[in-house]
Design a protein around this ligand. Sequence first.
Ligand SMILES: *Cc1c(COP(=O)(O)O)cnc(C)c1O
Length: 218
Amino acid sequence: MIAANLAKVREKIRQAAERRGRDERSIKLVVVTKEAEVEEIREAIDAGISDIGENRVKEALLKHEELDSHVLTWHMVGHLQSNKARDAVKLFSVIHSVDSARLAQAIDKEAKKIGKVQDVFVEVNTSGEESKFGIKPEALDVFLKEAGHLKHINILGLMTMAPFVEDQELTRTHFRKLKELADRCSLKELSMGMTQDFEVAIEEGATMIRIGRAIFKG
Ligand SMILES: *Cc1c(COP(=O)(O)O)cnc(C)c1O
């Protein structure tokens, strides 16, 4: 089932890319495994996935021990507390959820200790919903100016989570906003698009999409 779901997702990625004349290889699929058992993740690995996303450091550490981890690239996609930065930096190749200067500094400090430059995304709250994490669009310039001095983080681009709504055209406006912000700051990568909206995200320029349910619950 997981292999079949993956094939469906990949085909949708291909079609969405084609609609915009994009090379599908410019879109990285991060398979979000927060609701998946280790056995299910193994199935996905056998079906050829390379990148997995978790939203809790503790869970990720447990799964990391059980899985054949050198075949995988690990992504932290959920909210990260500064006091977990140390474990996060050790485990994750990419942290998608940098949402405060304090967290950026904590990551930088821990990365420095182990001689690493940590790839990160800056999470932006494009919808303005109170319930969402992320830096306000109008605060992004100041944030980047501060975080730009940190030598042990490398800002790949911007990340957002669109609100859960039926109307895909409304969703599209949030992804467009993220793309505009990234262009303005000369940032290349966009981490956006989940099960409910990844096709729209690809149409609007996503370079990393984060998908769980369509693969494990589809
Ligand atoms: C869970 C999660 C996803 C994946 O969501 P699905 O709806 O399962 O595709 C993507 N990004 C983040 C930050 C998540 O927490």
